[in-house]
Structures are given as structure tokens and as C-alpha cells.
Write a protein that binds this ligand. Structure first.
Ligand code: AMP
Ligand code: ZN
Length: 457
């Protein structure tokens, strides 16, 4: 069945087939590791995960690369300000490497909690300095660069079609600009490829280059790492919509100016997570982390469920009410799935509808509606189970066929046993105390007349 994905480059849904038939080259812009990711950031990574799972479901192989930005991302998009990771190091009294390692690790924990499949490669900007210098050297040779007092810049007026991806109105940008922050820039859309270390200031991360000691601009890392690990032309590059007018536009310009080849065939962008109708963002301090959801006893997968109820290209508002509704729906779904028992066979009609939905530009709200239709259908329970297990390869909601599957750790099992004993002895105070202990370990206890159900948050 044909797979269609919305390509920002053409502003159309297009049939997707990888260049080399069976294997997809897939690059996704990764995190800048100077702080915890917020759930807005995580929406983007969940959308990218659904995209990857849909490709896999279509029997395609996927080579997925996600970079780690540990140097060069400055506090302003106009190539001014401090390096975010160095700033984080100052804030916490640690080295830049310690900051980057810590937040990379925290990010990976978030992905695991959200059932996001890890990429095949995690290249770091700081470990690809040579590749970035080589790319800037090529651009210099091809006549696209100029030097200012603070770095080497890309001359965007020399690259034909610079405005295409984002449909930029360059004249409007010029007129709308308040004061051009960097007076040495020839055009408002020019950007730094290599920045010099500020005079009289020692940076933690700096390298020698043909132009002087400094560090790479932010955009160049993605081009250098994408080309190195996936080739000059790749199938898909994904990211959040905010990257469209600057970061991705610059990636295209510098890559294609260097190679003369198309950089990316499909650009796929996910919309924002909002809070009270405003974009969730670190700088606005209106953000929420996954740890906060967990502290409030929500399951990370309830957040995933909440996002799947909307299409990735529509904005959604985060609210505790919506998250609570998602948690209730997910708990109910899991309950129904346990009760179906072991899987055998499948329901082809429903599978066909499901594939049609996800292959229509990742229509997850439709896919979830089909899940519920199937559960409520008169199909035999083992066949429903078989089909739901397949659907979960795309949804990633951790739907299990039995309680045993939940792999409850030994210490938790021990507390459950003691609690059952306490209940038999009618020692309600002890039973309540043990329930508290289980909750601290993120296990929710539900007693019914027949048995006790233990669920992980
Ligand atoms: P950063 O670590 O700041 O580079 O951001 C990581 C990713 O999160 C990028 O792909 C952004 O486009 C994305 N992002 C940032 N804010 C939001 C938001 N409110 N909703 C969805 N994605 C976002
Ligand atoms: Zn990038």
C-alpha cells in the first residue's frame, strides 16, 4: 500500500519511496544538551518516532541518525550571545563535557520512558570538528563565504533559491528587522559557519582552524554529520516547525552549495505543543518536564497517547485535564488488552484500515479510533489480540498480552506478597503502608473483590 507523507519542500502530501528502494536514510535534529528536555521538545521526538515506526511497518529498513548538539548553539538565532552548553557549565559549576554528558543521559532516559526507538547513531558535534572544517573549506573554495571580525559567514545571496523551503520573504525580513544585530553581515539571512573565540576570553570548547581558533556555527554540524553518516542526498530530514525558517533553510543552502546535489528529498516538520495557547519553550519558562508528569503519577505513555490523539501537523495545547483523560483511556485500553488473553490469528479488515490511516501522512487519531473499533468488535479475542500487537509496533503504547509480561522487579514482587499476606490477616494499616511503598516505586495498586491489580505508572 502506498505511503504518503507531507513534504514541506513542496507543501504537498507525496508518495514516499526511498532512493535505494528498501532502506531509508533518516536524519532528525537532536537536542542541545544544556538542560532537561521539556515535553514540547519531546512531542517532536515522539512524532519522529511514529514516522520511523511507520516506515518500519511498511517493511522498509531505516538508518536513523540523531545528532547531539554539544557545542556551537548560541542563545540567539542571529549567531550572537553565549554558547548554551558553556552557559550551562557556568550555571552548574561543571565542565562543558560534564553538562553535555549529563543532559544527554537524561534525554536518553526520556526517550526510553516514552518508548521511542533509539537512533542507530548518535553523532556529537564536538566529535565532528574536522568534518565541519572540511565543509566550510569547500564552501570557501566554491566562493560562498566571507570573513568578518567574529567569524566566517555564508553569503546567502549567492545561493539561488535560499528562500524556497520556508517561503521566506527576504525583502519583508529586511524591512521588518529592528536593528541588524551584526552590522558586518552582508545580508540579513547570512549565518556563521565558523566563529572565532572572543578576544581575551578562553572558551572551554575551541579548536584550531584555517581561519583561527574558534568553534563551528550551529547549522553546519547537521550538514556535516548527515553527509558523513548518510550520504550527500538523504531521504528524510525531520524536526520541529521552528527549525524551518533558519536552521533547515541554512542546512540546505550550505549543503547544496558544497556538493551541487539535492540535500534532502522529504522535509517533514512537526507542530508545536502549546500551553495556554502559547508555545512551550525554555526561554518563556512555561515548560514542563517528563519528570514532573511522573512525579504527579502520570505514565509517560499517557503523554504519548495524548499526542497520538492529534495529528502531528496540528498544534495542540497541553493541559492536565487532557493528560488525565489520556491516562484513563490508556489504562482502560491496557485492561481490555490483558483480558483478551493470548494472541492467535488476525483481523485483516482492521489491519487494512489501520495501514490506510497511518500511511495517510501518519494519521494517528484515525489509527486510535480503529483500535477502539476493533476492541469493541465481534471478532474473536485471540485475533483481536494478534492485530492489536501488530498495531502497537506503530503506536508504541506498551500494550501487553498478560500481566506476567509486565516484568515486575523482584523487590516489588516481594512487597506485593507481603501486602497480600497483610490483607489476608486483615492488617489494613500494614497493607496501606505497603501500598505507599509501592506507589513510591511507581506502582499503582487497585484492589477488587477477586484480585489485586498492580500497574506501573
Ligand atoms: P532544542 O533542544 O531546543 O534544539 O529543541 C529540540 C527540538 O524540540 C527541536 O526539534 C525543536 O523544534 C523542538 N521543539 C521546541 N519547542 C517545541 C514545542 N513547544 N513543541 C514541539 N516541539 C518543540
Ligand atoms: Zn539540525
Amino acid at each position: 500500500m502506498k505511503l504518503e507523507i507531507y513534504n514541506t519542500l513542496t507543501r504537498k502530501k507525496e508518495e514516499f519511496n526511498p532512493l535505494n528502494k528498501t532502506s531509508v536514510s533518516y536524519y532528525a535534529c537532536g537536542p542541545t544538551v544544556y538542560n532537561y528536555a521539556h515535553i514540547g521538545n519531546l512531542r517532536t521526538y515522539i512524532f519522529e518516532d511514529i514516522l520511523k515506526r511507520v516506515l518500519l511497518f511498511n517493511n522498509l529498513k531505516v538508518k536513523h541518525v540523531m545528532n547531539i548538539t554539544d557545542v556551537g548553539h548560541l542563545t540567539s538565532d542571529a549567531d550572537e550571545g553565549d554558547d548554551k552548553v558553556e552557559l550551562g557549565a557556568k550555571r552548574e559549576g561543571k565542565t562543558a563535557k560534564e553538562i553535555a554528558d549529563y543532559y544527554t543521559n537524561e534525554f536518553k532516559k526520556n526517550l526510553k520512558d516514552l518508548n521511542i526507538l533509539p537512533p542507530d547513531l548518535w553523532p556529537k558535534a564536538s566529535e565532528h570538528i574536522k568534518e565541519q572544517i572540511d565543509l566550510v573549506t569547500k564552501l570557501e573554495k566554491n566562493g560562498y563565504t566571507y570573513k568578518t571580525s567574529d567569524g566566517i559567514y555564508f553569503d546567502s545571496s549567492k545561493f539561488k533559491g535560499y528562500e524556497i523551503l520556508a517561503k521566506l520573504d527576504i525583502q519583508g525580513l529586511k524591512e521588518g528587522a529592528r536593528v541588524q544585530e551584526n552590522k558586518e553581515k552582508k545580508n540579513i539571512t547570512d549565518f556563521a559557519l565558523w566563529k572565532f573565540s572572543p578576544k581575551g576570553k578562553k572558551r572551554q570548547m575551541e579548536w584550531d582552524s584555517p581561519w583561527g581558533i574558534g568553534f563551528p556555527g550551529w547549522h553546519i554540524e547537521c550538514s556535516a554529520m548527515s553527509m558523513k553518516h548518510l550520504g550527500n542526498t538523504i531521504d528524510i530530514h525531520a524536526g520541529g516547525i521552528d527549525h524551518l525558517p533558519v536552521h533547515h533553510t541554512n542546512e540546505i543552502a550550505q549543503s547544496e552549495a558544497a556538493t551541487g546535489q539535492q540535500f534532502v528529498r522529504f522535509w517533514v516538520h512537526g507542530e508545536f505543543l502549546l500551553i495556554r495557547d502559547d508555545r512551550m519553550s525554555k526561554s518563556k519558562e512555561n515548560f514542563i518536564t517528563l519528570d514532573t508528569l511522573k512525579e504527579k503519577k502520570y505514565s509517560p505513555l499517557a503523554f504519548r497517547y495524548m499526542l497520538l490523539m492529534a495529528h502531528y501537523r496540528s498544534r495542540i495545547n497541553f493541559s492536565w485535564k487532557a493528560l488525565t483523560a489520556a491516562q484513563v483511556a490508556l489504562d482502560k485500553l491496557r485492561e481490555r488488552v490483558y483480558r483478551l488473553g493470548p494472541a492467535k490469528g488476525s483481523c485483516p479488515q482492521y489491519e487494512k484500515r489501520f495501514i490506510e490511516a497511518i500511511n495517510d501522512d501518519l494519521n494517528t487519531p484515525q489509527a486510535l479510533a480503529i483500535v477502539w473499533d476493533l476492541i469493541k468488535s465481534k471478532e474473536p479475542a485471540p485475533a483481536i489480540q494478534g492485530t492489536l500487537q501488530k498495531f502497537d509496533q506503530v503506536l508504541g503504547l506498551g500494550l501487553r498480552t498478560s500481566k506476567k509480561d509486565q516484568a515486575v522487579p523482584k523487590n516489588v514482587q516481594e512487597i506485593i506478597k507481603q501486602r497480600e499476606q497483610a490483607r489476608q490477616n486483615k492488617d489494613w494499616a500494614l497493607a496501606d503502608k505497603l501500598r505507599g511503598e509501592l506507589e513510591k516505586l511507581n506502582y499503582k495498586v487497585e484492589d477488587s473483590k477477586k484480585d489485586t491489580i498492580i500497574k506501573k505508572y
